[in-house]
Design a protein. Structure first.
Length: 298
């Protein structure tokens, strides 16, 4: 199997981490992969350190390398458009976002879609994609070691830094102000979660929320917006806290978990168990390889 991967992201967000981890897993399973992504992007730098075949993204690269590949896997909306127009091999598209479909033409040009959640699958079907062309494959994250620091780090609240207007950065700042705690807006979650006591993930719309999975895997209690595919990860007061997108309910959740340390520890422990059972890297990689084989056998 020769798979051509496409990603146009210029930030290292959840989708780019999933591409990187998928490439690592596919390489371990001896699947031949090439990645096209923007030169100089964080994904470019990280992938080149781990993977031997990373090249600049562009129309001519897609046209030429797709002719040498068995399958093209587009990981975001821009590369979906690029591959629909120029790829010469069967196309598989990962769909991570919860926005309605706007281009029926584009969504008619793929052999299969990978929805990151059941919620995203429903959106694809509402947009006219046949159910038989959609497979749900959840994100996978490494379980690793539990974040160190214990009681001393509990009051450190971390949230992802984002300029996306659909993400709730302003809401997170207001909620933590009301709760009387500082907020660290992180651009490097893998590092910053090691010192986090709470993880705050607020958004107006979400396909799944792989950053939430990273926090859960690190044993950090999660407060997240009660929207979209997040509900497929977080079960309220079982393995995390789901809050409505208003400052006071979020501030109240922060105060509750800071004061009830036993509850915070219990949620964090069950969250790690959830990742191990349902959102492991091995499951994500195995399910993706299985789907590749299905598409290529058709």
């Amino acid at each position: 199997m020769r798979i051509l991967h496409l990603d146009s992201g210029r930030e290292m967000r959840g989708g780019q981490w999933q591409v990187l981890r998928l490439l690592e897993g596919l390489r371990r399973e001896s699947v031949d992969c090439t990645l096209l992504c923007p030169r100089g992007s964080p994904l470019w730098d990280k992938a080149r350190a781990l993977h031997p075949d990373v090249r600049p993204l562009g129309i001519w690269a897609v046209r030429r390398l797709s002719r040498q590949s068995d399958l093209v896997h587009a990981h975001d909306a821009r590369t979906h458009t690029l591959a629909a127009a120029f790829a010469a091999a069967p196309l598989l598209v990962s769909r991570r976002v919860a926005f309605p479909i706007r281009s029926r033409w584009k969504y008619g040009h793929a052999s299969r879609y990978v929805a990151v959640s059941q919620f995203v699958k429903c959106i694809l079907m509402e947009g006219g994609v046949p159910e038989e062309k959609i497979s749900v494959i959840y994100d996978g994250v490494p379980l690793g070691e539990r974040a160190a620091g214990g009681e001393t780090r509990l009051e450190t609240v971390v949230a992802p830094a984002s300029g996306d207007p659909h993400k709730g950065t302003a809401l997170a700042l207001e909620a933590t102000r009301r709760a009387g705690v500082d907020l660290l807006l992180s651009r490097d979650l893998e590092s910053d979660l090691a010192g986090a006591g709470l993880f705050l993930y607020l958004t107006r719309s979400e396909g799944l929320g792989s950053a939430i999975l990273m926090a859960m895997a690190a044993g950090v209690p999660v407060i997240a917006s009660n929207v979209g595919g997040i509900r497929e990860i977080v079960r309220h007061l079982e393995n995390g806290w789901l809050a409505e997108n208003e400052p006071e309910p979020i501030a109240g959740a922060i105060r509750e978990l800071l004061s009830d340390r036993a509850l915070a520890r219990a949620l964090a422990a069950r969250a790690r168990q959830t990742v191990a059972e349902k959102f492991s890297l091995d499951q994500m990689i195995h399910n993706t390889i299985h789907l590749y084989r299905q598409v290529l056998s058709c």
